[in-house]
Design a protein around this ligand. Structure first.
Ligand SMILES: [Zn+2]
Length: 366
């Protein structure tokens, strides 16, 4: 049988991976993938910065409270930053009232554009009315953010599905297409991609609820949603992020640098994600000369008015633009002699409440 939440179906979840991480056959490499694990410092816990891009403060405090269970189990510490620090955040949470729950796996959260959310907690009032379910969803999504796969995709003695019935079940209940069902439910993760893979754990927080009618075999005839970290979850996460460990860290993508890289002569376009936010860009000058730094209006968008501040590598302000290059003279333009070195360009909307699409370009003058 289905295990309902207050008479509703369980809320499903998708674990995502940036497109660059797709395997050779287009398979999503879902898993407690070694490749998505966060770097472990030589001493002390893995510090992960978290920003709420939106959401009600009450729900935000529930997140802060429940993630302590992962901190207790593993050598991980979540630092909650104010939302204007989103560029420095490993995990960026959005909370639209959509009943959609998803997260990138581990370091996939920083491989995507850092102005985009890495985790969606789509709480609706009916879900929020069930504290156990709220806790389960928070722990489950943060499990993905630590690099954990769905437990039903564990290749070690895992579940065997009646494939047509599974497609039918997820279409009927969640309108998931077959590809999503394959990626999130049926396809076992390749064992060689997993770190310290353990036996299937029917008590895992990373498991979905499956009625017996869609299971063909395996260690259990049916599964249910679990609302706490299991002993297996705790042991497993502690094996990945051990407390007090001095093991050499695995090679993983570089830590966030706190700014978005710009290449000379290559226009970059994006959208301001938060009202009043300032986006820090970084670029490097190799040969001395006169350079132009400007904002522009991307093709097809409404004109917005952007302000640039140029800083050197020590964050000293070199120029603060207020005259522009757009037809209305309100986009930013800085022209300046630069010596070789690293520079920062901070972009913000001219209005505190401004939002919209921008373009930014650094190029040699003349
Ligand atoms: Zn999930």
């Amino acid at each position: 049988m289905v295990h309902p939440i207050n008479g509703m179906l369980p809320v499903p979840c998708t674990a995502e991976h940036p497109i660059e991480q797709m395997g050779a056959h287009g398979q999503l490499r879902a898993g407690a993938l070694s490749s998505t694990l966060w770097d472990r410092p030589k001493r002390g816990p893995v510090h992960l910065n978290v920003v709420f891009l939106d959401g009600h403060p009450t729900v935000q405090s529930l997140v802060k409270r429940h993630v302590r269970d992962w901190e207790d189990a593993a050598n991980v510490k979540f630092n909650f930053l104010s939302r204007d620090r989103f560029v420095d955040a490993h995990l960026r949470i959005t909370m639209p009232t959509t009943r959609i729950f998803q997260s990138y796996l581990g370091t996939g959260s920083v491989l995507i554009d850092r102005r985009l959310p890495s985790m969606t907690l789509g709480f609706t009032d009916d879900v929020l009315a069930n504290p156990n379910e709220v806790k389960r969803l928070i722990l489950h999504e943060f499990g993905h953010a630590l690099g954990l796969i769905h437990e039903h995709q564990n290749p070690r003695g895992g579940l065997i599905f009646k494939v047509p019935e599974v497609y039918d079940y997820f279409w009927q209940n969640h309108r998931w297409d077959q590809r999503t069902v394959r990626e999130q439910v049926i396809q076992p993760t390749r064992v060689e991609l997993l770190k310290n893979a353990t036996q299937f754990d029917p008590k895992s927080i990373m498991l979905y609820a499956f009625p017996a009618s869609i299971l063909a075999g395996g260690p259990v005839s049916t599964t249910q949603l679990n609302h706490e970290l299991s002993e297996g979850d705790r042991r497993y996460i502690a094996s990945i992020y051990p407390k007090g460990s001095v093991q050499p860290p695995p090679s993983i993508p570089a830590e966030p640098t706190g700014y978005l890289p710009l290449n000379l002569g290559e226009p970059y376009t994006g959208t301001l994600p938060i009202r009043g936010a300032e986006i820090p860009f970084g670029f490097q000058i190799a040969s001395p000369g006169r350079y132009l730094m400007e904002t522009f209006t991307p093709a097809g968008s409404r004109e917005e008015y952007w302000v640039l501040t140029l800083r050197d590598a020590r964050q000293q302000v070199l120029a603060d633009d207020h005259h522009g290059s757009s037809p209305n003279g309100l986009n930013a333009l800085i022209e300046r002699e630069l010596t070789p070195g690293h520079y920062r360009l901070h972009l913000r909307h001219r209005l505190r409440s401004g939002l919209g699409a921008y373009g930014i370009l650094v190029r040699k003058a003349g």
